[in-house]
Design a protein around this ligand. Structure first.
Ligand code: ADP
Ligand code: MG
Length: 607
């Protein structure tokens, strides 16, 4: 046995304990910024100023106008587990962002820390510094109000940690993200963030005025922090179940992102990243957004603090709810309800982006003669003539039809959000005139949504509308395909598709959903099998049926290429107005795009 490595058990010094713990609480500059800003919020500040240098590695400075720290408590503030926020008696009822009493001592161990503070109503300010665990005596200092904390040389005494930090830019981005989410968490506080590159050079990253509404967010803050087009492409939600409340903003389904980067959740005003919450939000959008996409959202959940455990992780960004199912239902129900209400709206951004592109790409007259036709050039000369060819009214469109609908539009009492349709272009695009613009509808996508919603409703109410097949149709399949279909035969029946086995390798169709009308059934059955095959791993019958319903809707809806009469076009628009979620097809693509007269006028230089 080799004994030279055996060591005595020893108590670690307070300083070493702090250095180890620092790794948990302060793992990178952004976590120090988070802890400091949280302290300022807890201290009742109304203005918080954050400055960082070299991604926070060289300098982090947070100045606030909060209540400050009394002179006699300055030394205590940098002791481990010393906090003014909880006591041994109310440890389960946390109403502040901080509560562990670990942040300041960890920072003192991880870098050079200086705290200057003036307790409110006190005549003078005091300062204490910690360098490599060594605490200086408390000295008088100059400061008008609040607290100023500076942390420099972060991790310089622990090169191993320093090595794990990312580039200055990446660390700076992390700091900005943290301040963004805290600024959303505390709308009543004004925030400013600066980057200091040298002794006398300071650049403003952003600054935000406090929201004037007592408790809620300004448009400016949302657009600055979430996404510059967020407020015009989102709707507000508000809901409540028992003692759980939710409010916030969610994007229209057609305005989405490829990642969760614009999702902000707050539980009792604490920013959190929580799988349960993200999962519930995605659940609410499941029907209207492509699977790999995320909506943009800022959501505030309020739930009695005794029923939320925030002490799950040192960074306090995870929470555990006493009743997670309730929170999930609250999120899904509130958002779905509102989505259904606003669901026929397609995000304005789509037409704005298109108009921007048009503005950028339309060549000036001198340019157009010399520039070759490029793909991005809209409109193309050839495209234009094509458009004119197709502009002939469809064969079934009678002037009286058009007149009748114009009369309807002019009738003050009729206000159709989707407008009145006049013409169909390229046998798929319905153009309708609204009160202050026009709309282009993709007839196939729009009808698909309508059929989808109707089938879903039939299925959930178990009241299908069916057509019986006069001559039952027999479709030959493989043995296993027959099995796959028969497994869900009873659900298919509730949807109106009645199938029976016909020997071992065929099925017989007796009834079909009325919506399918004259649609050939064999391609439909093949398509259903493809869908069921793709979702093989899915055991949930609801999800299987969603897939089935989505495929049936595609088969049962008006194809692109079908010529519609003016009456049919308008019927489709009225149907869209009535149908929940009709602003997007069930693949999350928009079903229509709206153009405002204002935008069109500026496109033509009329404004
Ligand atoms: P915690 O926030 O978990 O209590 P910290 O180590 O972050 O622990 O802070 C310790 C204590 O120092 C706090 O409880 C608070 O009393 C005081 N403190 C820290 N920062 C500020 C500040 N900006 N304004 C007023 N008091 C502060
Ligand atoms: Mg704290």
């Amino acid at each position: 046995m080799n004994t030279f490595n055996i060591r005595k058990i020893q108590l670690l010094s307070e300083h070493s304990i702090n250095r180890i713990a620092a790794g948990e609480v302060i793992e990178r500059p952004a976590s120090a910024v988070k802890e400091l800003v949280e302290n300022s919020i807890d201290a009742g500040a109304t203005h918080i100023e954050v400055t960082y240098g070299h991604g926070g590695k060289a300098l982090i400075k947070v100045v606030d106008d909060g209540h400050g720290i009394p002179q006699e408590e300055l030394l205590l503030a940098i002791q481990r587990h010393a906090t003014s926020k909880i006591t041994d008696l109310n440890i389960d009822d946390i109403n502040t962002l901080g509560f562990r009493g670990e942040a300041l001592p960890s920072m003192g161990a991880a870098g050079q820390l200086s705290i200057t503070s003036r307790f409110h109503h006190s005549d003078s300010a005091y300062c204490v510094t910690v360098q490599a665990g060594k605490i200086s005596p408390v000295k008088p200092a100059a400061l008008g109000q609040g607290t100023m904390i500076e942390l420099t040389h972060l991790f310089h005494s622990t090169p191993a940690r320093l090595k794990f930090l990312k580039s200055d830019q990446a660390e700076a981005r992390a700091i900005t993200d943290i301040v963004r989410s805290l600024a959303l968490a505390a709308p009543h506080i004004s925030f400013s963030l600066y980057e200091k590159s040298s002794a006398n050079d300071r650049r403003k990253v952003f600054s935000l005025m406090e929201s004037d509404q007592e408790s809620f967010l300004s448009k400016e803050r949302l657009n600055r922090l979430v996404d510059s087009k967020f407020t015009e492409n989102s709707f507000m939600i508000e809901g409540e179940i028992n003692d759980a409340k939710i409010q916030g903003y969610c994007s229209y389904p057609t305005y989405h992102r490829g990642s969760a980067s614009a999702l902000f959740f707050f539980v009792n005003n604490r920013p959190v990243r929580d799988k349960l919450l993200i999962g519930a939000l995605r659940g609410a959008y499941a029907d209207v957004i492509p699977k790999q996409k995320y909506p943009l959202a800022v959501l505030y959940i309020h739930y009695p603090p005794q029923l939320v455990d925030v002490n799950v992780h040192p960074s306090k960004t995870e929470v555990r709810f006493k009743n997670p199912a309730l929170i999930r239902t609250l999120i899904i129900q509130t958002i779905k309800e509102k989505l259904t209400e606003v669901g026929y709206v397609s995000a304005p951004i789509i037409s704005t982006q298109f108009l921007d592109k048009l503005n950028r790409d339309t060549p000036t007259s001198s340019e157009s003669s010399s520039r070759p036709d490029s793909e991005t050039q809209v409109p193309k000369t050839s495209g234009q003539s094509h458009l004119i060819d197709d502009f002939k009214p469809s064969q079934n469109m009678f002037q009286s039809d058009v007149d009748h609908h114009i009369a309807q539009l002019q009738d003050q009492e009729v206000n159709y959000p989707m407008g009145v349709a006049f013409v169909q272009l390229h046998k798929n695009y319905i153009v309708s005139q609204t009160t202050n613009g026009f709309i282009i509808v993709d007839q196939h996508a729009a009808h698909e949504r309508i059929v989808y919603e109707r089938l879903k409703q039939h299925w959930s109410e178990k009241k299908p509308e069916t057509l019986s097949c006069l001559v039952p149709q027999v479709i030959e399949l493989t043995n296993s395909e027959v099995e796959i279909l028969l497994e869900i035969a009873s659900e298919l029946k509730e949807l109106g598709l009645v199938i029976e086995p016909f020997g071992n390798d065929a099925i017989c169709i007796r009834e079909i959903p009325a919506i399918l009308n004259n649609t050939p059934t064999e391609p439909l059955i093949r398509d259903l099998l493809d869908g069921l095959e793709e979702g093989k791993g899915i055991d949930l019958i609801d999800e299987k049926m969603n897939e089935v319903i989505s495929r049936i809707s595609c088969h049962g809806s008006i194809r692109s290429g079908r010529v519609l009469t003016v009456k049919e076009m308008n019927e489709l628009l009225r149907e869209m107005e009535k149908t929940p979620l009709s602003g997007q097809c069930n693949h999350g693509r928009p079903t229509y795009v709206e153009f405002k007269l204002n935008d069109i006028e500026s496109l033509f230089g009329r404004k």
